[in-house]
Design a protein around this ligand. Structure first.
Ligand code: HEM
Length: 193
């Protein structure tokens, strides 16, 4: 299996299906964040929004190997502490309801690490040093994503059609959850999509 490097299997991969299904939401989030992350205040709101999403999902996604949600949450809390900012938790967040939705949700969380490296550079340009969360996996970020995609493809190969559909819905929902959290933190404007 070589779903990540663009080899011929790419077109048939489930990761490709997830990327296609969520492309518009990803693009919209990238755009909104690139406008909003323009200083310490925006960066704090980004960390708080991300913490809302990850802490709400910690127990729902506990069973999935390699996600390291606990380590991500701790890194977020430490970054916020360093910036003297309070944490946000979100009891009203919606979380995956079954293992299939969890795979889709996990895909979004794993993928966010790739964009996170871009954001870490932006934070450095802004003179912000509290980037434990964004740089958690450092040079291993892509390797971790590839390892996740390999596990995702193994799951998808034996999943039923309804399970794969549920995973796509879980990924779409997770993008909406990030967006909702950033809106609640007043980082980005509300948008209906
Ligand atoms: C919380 C916000 C974000 C989430 C949830 C998110 C989610 C994702 C996901 C799921 C992927 C994997 C796509 C694939 O299968 O290839 C991805 C990749 C990527 N994202 Fe984001 N992303 C976020 C923010 C950003 C931002 C703000 C940027 C740019 C400033 C960005 C840039 C990228 C890049 C460059 C990749 C790698 C694409 C590739 O190499 O194929 N992301 N992101």
């Amino acid at each position: 299996m070589n779903a990540v490097s663009g080899a011929p299997r790419e077109e048939a991969s489930f990761r490709h299906a997830l990327r296609e299904a969520t492309a518009a939401k990803h693009e919209a989030l990238d755009q909104a964040l690139s406008h909003a992350l323009n200083g310490r205040d925006g960066y704090v709101r980004f960390l708080r929004g991300t913490l809302r999403v990850l802490s709400a999902n910690e127990s729902a996604l506990d069973a999935l190997e390699g996600l390291e949600l606990k380590a991500r949450i701790e890194a977020l809390q430490q970054d916020l502490e360093e910036l003297s900012a309070a944490s946000s938790i979100d009891p009203s967040a919606s979380v995956p309801k079954d293992p299939a939705q969890s795979w889709g949700a996990a895909y979004v969380i794993e993928g966010s690490g790739l964009g996170g490296l871009v954001l870490a550079k932006r934070a450095a340009e802004l003179g912000i040093g509290a980037t434990r969360y964004l740089t958690l996996r450092g040079s291993q970020t892509m390797a971790s994503f590839r390892a996740f995609v390999a596990r995702l493809e193994r799951w998808a190969a034996v999943a039923s059609h309804p399970e794969r559909t549920a995973a796509v819905n879980g990924a779409l929902q997770m993008f909406s959850e990030y967006r909702r959290a950033f809106v609640l933190e007043q980082l980005i404007p509300e948008r209906h999509d």
